[in-house]
Every structure is written in structure tokens, then in C-alpha cells.
Design a protein around this ligand. Structure first.
Ligand code: GDP
Length: 299
């Protein structure tokens, strides 16, 4: 079991018995611990560097220097800064989907294969159905026949409507047909699942960009696996460059990852993390709480 940051800091202070005040040396040592904690939590290296530089600036400020418990003061600063960087104070409205448009409000899902897009569509559909919205899902993933079936199955559990598609169709044709149907049937929210490849490739990015241009979704959600670790930066960069993302869903937080991907993705995209996936089940979606995530990252 890893020590949490505050335990680590008190150990440092103790070993420096008699000089519990912050000095340049023990501050540097504590910053090394912050760095270690973040790296162990899988925050990407460039993001860690930026973060530690920010903390250093604050650590040398009055607040910490004059504190009787500088270790604790520093933990407070690290935690506060981390919360700021991954989203600030929890705001229930900020994490809800923006549906303020002429219906149907379109939500486009983006992310690598296996990130949890299809599962998340089911979870979002259920949540929206519970909010009394008329919801429809459609899969534009024509590469994995099982993907369409999977979406059909999770949609059935959600109580939303499912718009059928087949691997023989073109993604653009599926999207056009689904939108047309949604308009005629007064659907409030159309959730569009897309194909995800194992890695970033140009064909895939062009396809989803074209879908975005065609559908003009009000929400474009980037779905990323919390286990993505150091890869999170490159993946997030590629999707953020290709698409005007509006939010992030961090899945598989029920796994043993410390969730450092949250900080990396937020740093790269600047977009709010709206939801976290906390189980494989249809109700395993929670609103994102920056303070809880900061606690988890710091161990
Ligand atoms: P997609 O390829 O992006 O559509 O990913 P899927 O939705 O098919 O998810 C890939 C795998 O991850 C499936 O086995 C899901 O059950 C699982 N999964 C998705 N979200 C979560 C989550 O929040 N927690 C857990 N434990 N598993 C998840």
C-alpha cells in the first residue's frame, strides 16, 4: 500500500527533527514526493512538471513558510491546486449534458476502441430516460458487427429507443437516417456511438470529423479509460486536435488505477470531465467530483 501524500510529508518533517520549518531543502524534498505521487498515479510526465512548478511557486509563499505545520500546509496547497486543475469546485450543473438546442440534441461519442463508448452510451441513455427525455441511440460503428448488437443490448436495458444500422452501411448514411427519424419522431436526445480503432489513425479521425461536421452535435464527448496512464496524453491530443470536444468521460474508475489520466486529459483538452464510469453495469455512471479525484490521485 502506498503512503498517502500527507503521511509522506509528515515523515519528511519528522526526519528533519528540530527543523520542522520549511527550508529550501525540505521543500525540494516534499516536491519530489509530490512528483512521485503524481507519477505513481500515472499522470503524464509533462503534466507533472508543469504542476510541480506551480506548486513550487506557491510553496515558497508566505502561507506555507509562516505555518506551524508546513507539511500540512503544503498538502493543502497541492490538493487545492489539483482540484483547480481538474475542474474546480463541484458544480452539479456543469457536469450535466448541454441539451439546450432545437431537438434532437445530438451527443457524439469519441474515443479508442475499448475505452467504454458503447457502455457509456447505454448509461447516459438510462440517465436521460430517467430525466423523462425521449432518447434514441444509434451506432455508426460499421467495422465491428458485434458493436451494433452491443449497443442494441445496452439500449434495451436503458429504456431508450434504438435505431438499427448494419455493417454494410456507410457511417454518414446511418447518421443521416437516424437524424431524419429522430426529427420526425420528436426525439429529445440522439446518442451517436462511433467506431474506435486500437490506435489513432488518420482514416478513423477523418471519419469522425466528417460525422461531426454532418451532425453538428451539441456535445462531443471524449471517452477515455482511466487505466490509459501515460498514453492518455497522446490519445487526448489526437482527439482534441481532430474534434471540438465539449467534455470528457473517464471510464473504469472502479479499477485499481489512481486516475492520473484525469489530470493529463484535463491539461491537454481544457474540457470538463463530466462523468466517470464506475462499473460495467448500466447504472455505473457518476457525476465527476474534482475533489474526490484529487484525493485519489494523491493516494
Ligand atoms: P468501446 O469500444 O469504446 O465502445 O468500449 P465498450 O463500451 O465496449 O467497453 C469496453 C469494455 O470495458 C467492456 O467490457 C465494458 O463492459 C467495459 N467497461 C466500460 N466502462 C466501464 C467501467 O466504467 N467500469 C468497468 N469495470 N468496465 C467498463
Amino acid at each position: 500500500m502506498l503512503d498517502n501524500l500527507s503521511t509522506r510529508f509528515s515523515k519528511i518533517i519528522k526526519t528533519m527533527r528540530g527543523q520542522a520549518r520549511l527550508t529550501e531543502e525540505n521543500t525540494a524534498e516534499m516536491l519530489r514526493e509530490v512528483r512521485m505521487a503524481l507519477l505513481e498515479a500515472d499522470v503524464a510526465l509533462p503534466v507533472v512538471r508543469d504542476f510541480v512548478a506551480k506548486i513550487k511557486e506557491k510553496a515558497l509563499g508566505e502561507e506555507v513558510i509562516s505555518s506551524l505545520t508546513p507539511g500540512q500546509a503544503l498538502v493543502g496547497i497541492v490538493h487545492g491546486e489539483l482540484v483547480n486543475l481538474i475542474g474546480g469546485e463541484y458544480d452539479a450543473r456543469a457536469v450535466e449534458l448541454n441539451l439546450a438546442t432545437t431537438p434532437p440534441a445530438i451527443v457524439l461519442m469519441a474515443g479508442l476502441q475499448g475505452a467504454g463508448k458503447t457502455t457509456t452510451v447505454g448509461k447516459l441513455a438510462k440517465r436521460l430516460v430517467e430525466q423523462k427525455k425521449k432518447v434514441m441511440t444509434v451506432s455508426c460503428d460499421v467495422y465491428r458487427p458485434a458493436a451494433i448488437e452491443q449497443l442494441k443490448s445496452v439500449t434495451a436495458q436503458s429504456g431508450a429507443e434504438f435505431f438499427p444500422s448494419t455493417p454494410e452501411q456507410k457511417p454518414a448514411d446511418i447518421a443521416a437516417a437516424a437524424l431524419d427519424y429522430a426529427k420526425k419522431h420528436y426525439i429529445d436526445v440522439l446518442l451517436v456511438d462511433t467506431a474506435g480503432r486500437l490506435g489513432i489513425d488518420e482514416v478513423m479521425m477523418n471519419e469522425i470529423s466528417a460525422l461531426h461536421a454532418q451532425l453538428k452535435p451539441i456535445e462531443t464527448l471524449f471517452v477515455i479509460d482511466a487505466m490509459a496512464g501515460q498514453d492518455a496524453v497522446n490519445t487526448a491530443k489526437a482527439f482534441n486536435d481532430a474534434l471540438p470536444l465539449t467534455g470528457v468521460v473517464l471510464t473504469k474508475l472502479d479499477g485499481d488505477s489512481r486516475g492520473g489520466a484525469a489530470l493529463s486529459v484535463r491539461h491537454i483538452t481544457g474540457k470538463p470531465i463530466k462523468f466517470v464510469g464506475v462499473s460495467e453495469k448500466i447504472d455505473g455512471l457518476d457525476a465527476f467530483h474534482p475533489d474526490r479525484m484529487a484525493q485519489r490521485i494523491l493516494g
